[in-house]
Design a protein around this ligand. Structure first.
Ligand code: SAM
Length: 270
């Protein structure tokens, strides 16, 4: 099991102002109007999407826990390169695509109060009570063009789409992220790798997960293909990092070794 962090930047061209565009972010597209129940769990009903995890309260709890496990694993919400290059302290415009319950976004909004954060997801599982004033959410489907003009954002984050996109959809989606980023803007992308080492159970569970992804026309090894996919869309790769999670064995990437059993238990709930 592992997770890969990829940070790339959009080639610089003529800059456009983003302040005029903030008022234009009103349109929704590809929204999930309803949900379907299967095996006692709630799932989206968006016909264009191959995403196959639930979108109910139990899943929201899992995503929140997973956010903090990933934050611990990568020692923060953004890599050093982005902290240095994106004007987060001064006031950047940030988009999180497939934000789910918005935990990364709200964590970032609290850390960087001068920046503005927009989260989009095809499912409305956004928080309704606690929401920093510099955060907003919209229902939008990245497969159906995002409701933002070209060259809008300083920073785009997209995380854990391995089970959301079919293999052939990746290039189109990455081009869409490129389109909405300002010239010189940054994309941060995190995807998980496959469970391929460990005891018999771990190897078996990893194989079942991999076969399921594959049978749905998705790419189990997309994490290692991110740099090529991003370069093909026009990005310059600035940083690429892989973190291994040794299930059941202490690792220097955790605080007191606590993230491992936690991440392990999250994994087995999938
Ligand atoms: C595994 S969750 C990750 C959530 C969040 N990025 C995080 O790291 O906690 C994937 C999210 O992507 C959303 N999603 C899947 N396909 C999408 C699409 N085509 N457009 C927008 N959101 C999508 C799902 O509804 C889900 O909330």
């Amino acid at each position: 099991m592992g997770a890969k962090f990829s940070t790339s930047s959009k080639k610089r061209q003529a800059r456009q102002s983003s302040s005029q565009r903030q008022n234009q972010f009103q349109t929704n597209s590809g929204s999930s109007d309803g949900s379907v129940m299967r095996f006692g769990r709630k799932f989206h009903d968006v016909s264009s999407s191959a995403y196959w995890f639930p979108n109910d309260d139990e899943e929201i709890d899992r995503l929140v826990g997973q956010h903090f496990a990933l934050k611990t694993l990568f020692r923060g919400n953004v890599v050093e390169k982005c902290r240095e290059s994106v004007p987060l302290e001064q006031g950047a415009l940030v988009l999180d695509v497939g934000c789910g319950p918005g935990t990364w976004l709200m964590d970032m909004a609290t850390e960087y109060p001068c920046s503005n954060f927009i989260g989009v997801d095809m499912c409305d599982i956004f928080p309704t009570n606690i929401r920093p004033s510099n955060v907003s959410f919209q229902v939008a489907n990245v497969l159906e063009r995002l409701p933002f003009p070209d060259n809008t954002f300083d920073f785009v984050n997209m995380r854990l789409f391995i089970i959301a996109l079919r293999k052939e959809q990746w290039p189109t989606v990455i081009k869409e992220l490129y389109r909405v980023l300002k010239p010189g803007g940054y994309l941060q992308s995190v995807e998980c790798g496959m469970l391929e080492r460990g005891n018999d159970f771990i190897v078996w569970a990893g194989q079942v997960f991999k076969d399921t992804i594959f049978s749905r026309g998705q790419e189990p090894h997309v994490a290692s293909q991110l740099p090529t996919l991003q370069q093909n869309a026009g990005f310059i790769i600035e940083h690429y990092e892989t973190k291994d999670i040794y299930l059941g064995k202490p690792s220097e990437d955790t605080i007191d070794g606590r993230a491992q059993p936690y991440f392990c238990s999250l994994l087995f709930q999938m």
